[in-house]
Design a protein around this ligand. Structure first.
Ligand code: 5GP
Length: 120
């Protein structure tokens, strides 16, 4: 899938839409999810144009990948959920119901997050 420069996170990166920022560096922006599913629900995104984890894992530089992973750990500690525990999740593609076509990592915490996936 080609990258769509009008997706909502691209517009946040360009400053066209506001976000509640929690972290930024040369490669990463992180902000609170607009519709949080847990007391802590942060989205960490690369600044580069990657559609999904699949795209990012194949095409991002080692520096970009390192920056994102380090940022997520840093944010978890800063948000105060590293001790109690947290979950990171990246919906990828149709089966995972990825809504925004710019790669993002969800960071959930601040409550008991239950089992990993609902059983069918
Ligand atoms: P996905 O289903 O793609 O993994 O998750 C997309 C997430 O982006 C959802 O949790 C949704 O609430 C969040 N989201 C969608 N639009 C906006 C927005 O304009 N601002 C922020 N901060 N989050 C958004």
């Amino acid at each position: 899938m080609a990258y769509d420069r009008n997706n909502i996170f691209a517009r946040i990166l360009r400053g066209e839409i506001p976000c509640n920022k929690v972290y930024e560096d040369a490669h990463v922006l992180a902000f609170h999810d607009i519709s949080p599913q847990s007391p802590t629900h942060v989205l960490a995104i690369p600044k580069g144009e990657y559609v999904s984890f699949d795209d990012f894992s194949q095409n991002a530089s080692a520096e970009e990948i390192t920056a994102l992973v380090r940022a997520v750990g840093h944010i978890a500690r800063e948000q105060g959920v590293a001790e109690s525990g947290y979950r990171i999740l990246a919906n990828t593609g149709a089966a995972a119901h990825q809504e925004v076509q710019h790669f993002h990592v969800h960071l959930f915490g601040g409550r008991d997050l239950g089992g990993m996936l609902p059983r069918r």
